[in-house]
Design a protein around this ligand. Structure first.
Ligand code: ADP
Length: 379
């Protein structure tokens, strides 16, 4: 099946056409691209998709798209699995916008534009938080008054679910463990970063919360912080408006705030050159991550594997080394040579006598979305 995978942001459209009947990543990806400046140089999402359709003409050789899979960031507690999009689903995605103000409205525009560009082609929404819908209430609930839950849907939702789900499946297969018997801790470390406790192949807990600001220290996001810092400062300083605080914690914090750069490569290079701020930033980020790994190891009753994925998780051997060096209490030992290996395939980076295997598993959200889309459309 020829599946067009679309990831619509507020100012960009990322796309990939995949042929799910082919074997191997190289054969499956027919075309991919990124259209930026939507809303400025390119007037709207319909115009962006018209450009995409034009770009696809040559690689498609006259073949037609069979189905479209959309990445949708927030499905709230309404959507717990991928779903065929109709008017009602579109309305529900729109209704969930307060929980993802930067993302869901853009997805709605993208779905409408796709309906215009590819009339009659079935479209599927694949929700980024669906994998986290198995979290029990004692995990997803915050200890706040019921009113906030009812009125604003305040609870932990999580993100990067498609990636955590995909990587869990690949790792279980790699280790030869039945997925429903598989306990693991998955660290998705990209620009945004989150970690998931997987028990019996399902999500038990994840570090992102009501929004993707919670949890780990990220490129520009603070991760966990005492919420009183916000309320206290906003009460004291009129310049620190909610908008300003939101901007500060989401865009001006994390590695950027400490090291002056949000790119892991640059921060590691600076540390290696003796930069004390870069060292502090890496110590903070790896310490926070190691603390979560230890906690989740306990939460799942003992992980059978620790898994790294996404831009930093797949590529930054120094950051993996720094993190694992803090896990000595768990008997985890890194194989220094294996940790240097770059590969598109899942691979082991711990020693044979490590108490728990450590894996690098390249994520592939587009593949996961295409497969989910095919299942829904074919079913
Ligand atoms: P996104 O959340 O945008 O999908 P990615 O998963 O692509 O992010 O990860 C992006 C981050 O990965 C970059 O900010 C960079 O810090 C890191 N990264 C990418 N390549 C490397 C590399 N070779 N070494 C270290 N870090 C890398």
């Amino acid at each position: 099946m020829l599946v067009l995978v679309i990831n619509c942001g507020s100012s960009s459209v990322k796309y990939q056409v995949r042929d799910t009947d082919q074997q191997g990543e190289g054969n499956q990806v027919i075309a991919k691209g990124l259209i930026e400046n939507v809303g400025t140089k390119i007037p709207d999402h319909t115009a962006a998709l018209a450009i995409m359709a034009e770009e696809l003409k040559t690689p498609l050789h006259g073949k037609t798209i069979d189905s479209i899979g959309h990445r949708v960031v927030q499905g709230g507690d309404v959507f717990t699995e991928p779903v065929l999009i109709d008017d009602q689903v579109l309305q529900q995605i729109d209704d969930l916008s307060p929980l993802a103000p930067l993302h869901n409205p853009a997805h709605v525009l993208g779905i409408k534009a796709a309906t215009e560009t590819y009339p009659g082609v079935p479209q599927v929404a694949v929700f980024d938080n669906a994998f986290h819908s198995t979290m029990p209430e004692y995990v997803y609930r915050y200890a706040v008054p019921e009113e906030l839950v009812e009125k604003y849907g305040v609870r932990r939702y999580g993100a990067h679910g498609t990636s955590h789900d995909y990587v869990t499946g690949v790792a279980a297969e790699y280790l030869g463990v039945e997925r429903d018997q598989f306990n693991a801790v998955v660290a998705h470390l990209g620009n945004g970063a989150s970690i998931t406790a997987v028990e019996g192949g399902k999500c038990l807990d994840t570090s992102m919360g009501y929004t993707p600001l919670a949890g780990l220290i990220m490129g520009t996001r603070s991760g966990d912080i005492d919420p009183s810092v916000l309320t206290n400062l906003m009460m004291r300083d009129p310049e620190l408006t909610p908008e300003r605080m939101d901007q500060m914690l989401n865009k001006e914090s994390g590695l950027l705030a400490i090291a002056g750069n949000n790119d892991m490569r640059a921060v590691v290079e600076a540390m290696e050159g003796g930069d004390e701020r870069a060292k502090l930033a890496l110590d903070m980020a790896s310490y926070r991550l190691a603390k979560y790994i230890g906690g989740y190891h306990v939460a799942v009753g003992g992980m059978q594997a620790l898994i790294f994925t996404a831009g930093i998780g797949e590529n930054s051997s120094p950051f993996r080394e720094l993190t694992v060096s803090r896990l000595g209490a768990l008997g985890i030992k890194l194989d220094m040579a294996a940790n240097q290996v770059r590969s598109d395939e899942p691979h082991l980076i711990s020693t044979e006598d490590s108490a728990i295997p450590v894996l690098v598993v390249p994520t592939n959200e587009e593949k996961a979305i295409a497969e989910a889309t095919e299942v829904i459309v074919a079913g």
